[in-house]
Ligand binder design. Structure first.
Ligand code: GLU
Length: 492
């Protein structure tokens, strides 16, 4: 069997979009599942719009997602000479022709078609020129493009996702393959490069479906073997509209900045248009039938390795997928729960660094992570929801204060503060809990009454992880400092 070779071919005219990343992931998963090769080709033939900064950003985002090429990256602009040679070959075989129509003439014809409300189609005027005229025009250095002569008939292919797909060639214009400035057009560049890179499967978004018949016609004209095609469903936002820069976060880099883990984004993007097979029913102990009656479970959290093992196009949908932010947050939270503590600590500190704030001590962060990892969806949440781990509260939640702070609890709380200030036993959650409960009992108040105030005094808000664990992580100095400040500000 031939080795599977796929490619992801971004144009460096923008950052890596989540839709592009999903295409890259499906290519990568398929290649790995088939023990094949995943390649990257930067389609930078549009010199004006292609930016090396964007190429770097695309490759950085891909690396972050763990999508590295198995062979050196191909830069399409370096192949322009080869694209021209192939174009000349098509010309010499009479499968392409010189076209001398000026942009103004074409524009005029386009407008005429528009006013008659008929779709514009190239009128083949240059195809009708005799050889002499063509030679004369070239000798006179009249600018020309080269157009591909679309043969009569139909073009059909067996798309791996959509099945049999048929296009009538009459719907396809004699399209330009070489512009008047000598630059190759996408259709020819992509075919030549895919051929030269021995690509066996072209996996890309549905937006390329209408390019495929043109490319197949070129393969046929050149007598080259056509790769298989798989067109992936589009990704829509929750309003069922195409993902857009204006309404949605679409750049992979931005997800990194917002505190998503690459493994989680990878897992989430995989589910856009693909459904992993359910986990098999668990075998029952001997003598109780062979399988349990519980229905197979829908699986959504899968490691990269598991995805490589199960990925197949049989489970890729034809219809568009919805980018569900809630689901991404859930998946990210699941990955944070099981992530390595040092990795999370490093990522939290990167956020501090970015905001020009001092990095936190690793041991301290380890305590914060332990208390917060079940309560956050992103890395940034550690800092946003756990603000009180890093700064003293600036105010105290008003509703909470009205509810829990009163003349009865005030003297008891002050006494409690004095007593923990004096306490010499270790400042651990177990000791702190034991001490508070005993203290409350001796003063005839409920432990909860003190706990509510403690939480407000230490965090400024009414929601936090377990108060005793929180006190242990904050440490005695911070706890005493904050309680002291609370009492001075509020109680007096
Ligand atoms: N460069 C094209 C794009 O960014 C992709 C070409 C292809 O996959 O055939 O849309």
């Amino acid at each position: 069997m031939k080795e599977v070779r796929v490619r992801f071919a971004p144009s460096p005219t923008g950052f890596l979009h989540v839709g592009g990343a999903r295409t890259a992931i499906f290519n990568w998963l398929f290649a790995k599942n088939q023990a094949g090769k995943f390649l990257i080709r930067i389609e930078d033939t549009d010199a004006e719009r292609s930016k090396s900064k964007l190429t770097e950003q695309i490759l950085r985002s891909m690396k972050w997602l763990g999508l590295e090429a198995d062979e050196p990256i191909v830069y399409q602009a370096l192949n322009i000479q080869r694209h021209r040679e192939v174009t000349v070959e098509l010309l010499s075989q009479g499968k392409a022709y010189y076209a001398f129509d000026t942009p103004e003439e074409l524009e005029q014809k386009r407008k005429e078609a528009e006013s008659k409300k008929i779709p514009f189609k190239y009128d083949l005027s240059s195809l009708k020129l005799d050889r002499k005229t063509v030679e004369k025009n070239i000798a006179e250095r009249r600018p020309y493009t080269i157009r591909f002569k679309v043969p009569v008939g139909v073009t059909e292919f067996d798309d791996i996702v959509h099945g049999k797909t048929v296009f009538n060639n009459s719907e396809i214009d004699d399209f330009i393959i070489l512009r008047s400035d000598g630059s190759p057009v996408y259709q020819i560049a992509v075919v030549v490069d895919d051929h030269d890179m021995n690509i066996t499967h072209v996996i890309r978004g549905d937006d390329h479906l209408s390019n495929t018949p043109k490319q197949i016609l070129l393969y046929n004209a050149l007598g080259w073997e056509t790769p298989r095609f798989a067109h992936l469903p589009m990704i829509l936002d929750e309003q069922k509209k195409k993902l857009s820069k204006r309404r949605n976060t679409v750049s992979v880099e931005e997800y990194k900045i917002k505190g998503y883990l690459p493994e989680a984004l990878f897992n989430f993007l995989t589910l856009l248009g693909y459904a992993p097979p359910p986990s098999p029913p668990t075998p029952l102990p001997k003598g109780e039938g062979s399988m349990s009656k519980t229905p197979p479970e829908k699986r959504e959290i899968l490691s990269r390795q598991e995805l490589v093992e199960v990925f197949s196009f049989d489970r890729v949908n034809k219809s568009s997928a919805v980018f569900d932010m809630k689901k991404l947050n859930w998946i990210n939270s699941e990955y944070i729960k099981t992530a390595d503590e040092n990795t999370i600590a490093k990522l939290i500190n990167e956020q501090f660094e970015k905001n020009n704030l001092p990095a936190q001590d690793a041991k301290y962060l380890s305590g914060v992570i332990r208390l917060m990892k079940e309560r956050v969806s992103t890395i940034n949440d550690f800092i946003e929801f756990g603000k009180y781990f890093f700064t003293d509260p600036e105010s105290y939640d008003e509703k909470g204060m009205t509810k829990h702070w009163n003349e009865e609890i005030k003297p008891v709380f002050i006494k409690y503060f004095e007593s923990i200030n004096k306490e010499t036993t270790p400042f651990t959650s177990v000791q702190l809990e034991e001490h508070l409960r005993k203290f409350a009992e001796s003063k005839n108040v409920k432990a909860g009454q003190l706990i509510h105030i403690l939480r407000l005094a230490l965090t400024g808000i009414t929601i936090s992880p377990g108060i005793f664990e929180l006190m242990e992580v904050l440490g005695k100095d911070t706890v005493i400092k904050r309680l002291n400040r609370f009492i001075i500000n509020i109680a007096n």
